[in-house]
Design a protein around this ligand. Structure first.
Ligand code: FE2
Length: 465
């Protein structure tokens, strides 16, 4: 570690690369006084730039620290592991070490990045046994569920096998259902619908009287309809993140589509049609007449949005999560429900391109190569990331057919993942010794927490080691 003569920058040489940090950034980010900033110490009220008077390191391995003395007399000890995962986000890359122990400048590579699994059509759906989840699941199993469903490098869909026999009466009435109990068990809770009883599932059924009535009111629930691949709750202000579907009886043919894969194909085939998907809002809405009183739901949203909170954005320079370095899709969230779109809302001049973009997205997602078609049979349960895996229903082939569904909000899902990762890092060092105090973990973006966990647990070695 080396400070520059003015004290306004600090340069750190890691094993994989050398990065320069703004001293002010380090000063703002230090957690020695705790994760909460008092009014006097708020970064936004400072009028001067912090300067470093001395910089050094101490210790070895994952508990080593970078020690900074500030010109105002304060001292800070930055965990090196913490600094490492932040470096590619906020630092200026000076030099990268290659696997051949030679060096290269940090210019982006010319070659196309390897296509990650996240932007490929769904090829294989990972399976996990209910008996590995219920009644207890190991920490590593829980982590893997989050990885498969939420991490942008994974496909975002999981099949649960070996489910117990259902209580048919309860399932038909959406009470104490297997899907609710499993989602609650894994994530801590399910979506609380304003008109449904807490913890109740929604059923899509060909014969159960109240569900048939729903189908007459809302096409999605009419099992005679061909249902285009879509994102559930596209017309909500915040659509839920994880959807669980359980087949109680009957059989249908359903399709799953990786929306990032469709977007990636569009980017290659017609790059000029990508931007309208990010910029042209749609009017989405539904009159939910199956509820009493009717619930009117509507929003305006673009088909693709970059995640606003950076939770899934921050893999770009990571030496560890290199499978997630695609420049496009893993950072995106999708809303796609052609049945519930009223119209596009772009201005007059932009309309032709926006319509062409939406039609091109639909056309690619309709291709057989992009659709994973599955028979859904009694006892099948699928969990999937509703922000990027589209699901549709081609047809019902055996009746009576009942599908039982529920979902989990993004807040609950991401809080649960963070909670799991923080807990692991707090007791992850050799012999269960804390790697760094909790206060240093409070603000770390989720992907960086995940990266730290991978480094500490040794589950994935950086390619340069
Ligand atoms: Fe759906």
């Amino acid at each position: 570690v080396q400070k520059c003569p003015s004290g306004k920058f600090v340069t750190v040489k890691f094993a994989h690369a050398t990065y320069t940090f703004h001293s002010q950034w380090l000063h703002d980010a230090q957690m020695d006084d705790g994760p909460y900033k008092t009014a006097d110490n708020a970064y936004s009220r400072k009028t001067t730039m912090a300067e470093v008077s001395d910089a050094s390191t101490s210790g070895e391995g994952i508990t080593s620290t970078m020690n900074i003395s500030w010109t105002d007399g304060r001292e800070s000890q930055f965990p090196c592991l913490w600094l490492w995962v932040y470096a590619s986000l906020v630092g200026k890359c000076e030099k990268k070490e290659t696997t051949m122990a030679t060096t290269e400048e940090c210019d982006p590579p010319e070659a196309e990045p390897a296509v990650s699994m996240a932007v490929k059509p769904i090829e294989q759906i990972e399976e996990i046994s209910y008996t590995d989840l219920f009644p207890t699941m190991s920490e590593s199993t829980r982590l893997h569920v989050y990885e498969v469903l939420v991490h942008p490098s994974f496909a975002g869909i999981l099949k649960i096998t070996n489910l117990p026999a259902p209580d048919v009466h309860s399932e038909r009435h959406g009470e104490n259902t297997l899907v609710v109990s499993l989602l609650t068990h894994i994530f801590g809770g399910v979506f609380d619908h304003p008109r449904r009883t807490t913890g109740q599932s929604y059923n899509i059924s060909s014969h159960h009287a109240s569900d048939v009535a729903k189908g007459l009111l809302v096409p999605n629930y009419n099992t005679a309809h061909f249902l285009l691949p879509h994102v559930d709750q596209s017309f909500y202000q915040h659509h839920t993140r994880i959807v669980g579907l359980y087949v109680l009886e009957g059989e249908s043919v359903n399709s799953f589509v990786s929306a990032p894969a469709v977007l990636e194909a569009l980017r290659k085939e017609s790059p000029e049609l990508v931007t309208p998907l990010y910029t042209c809002p749609m009017a989405l809405g539904r009159a939910g007449k199956m509820y009493t009183p009717t619930i009117y739901q509507g929003t305006t949203a673009t088909a693709v949005t970059t995640t606003g909170n950076n939770n899934n954005v921050v893999c770009h320079e990571s030496p560890l999560t290199h499978t997630a370095t695609s420049t496009t899709a893993p950072t995106t969230t999708f809303r796609w429900h052609p049945h519930y779109v009223g119209s596009l809302l772009c201005d007059f001049d932009a309309f032709p391109a926006a319509l062409a973009a939406h039609r091109a997205f639909q056309a690619i997602s309709d291709r057989p190569a992009f659709q994973t078609k599955l028979p859904l049979r009694p006892g099948d349960m699928y969990l999937f990331d509703n922000h990027r895996v589209l699901h549709g229903r081609d047809c019902v082939v055996r009746e009576p057919r009942t599908c039982v569904g529920q979902s989990v909000t993004e807040q609950v899902v991401l809080d649960g993942w963070r909670d799991l990762l923080v807990g692991r890092l707090l007791r992850a060092g050799a012999g269960g010794v804390m790697v760094m105090p909790e206060r240093w973990l409070v603000h770390v973006p989720l992907m960086q927490l995940y990266e730290m966990d991978r480094i500490v647990m040794g589950g994935c070695r950086p390619c340069w080691l």
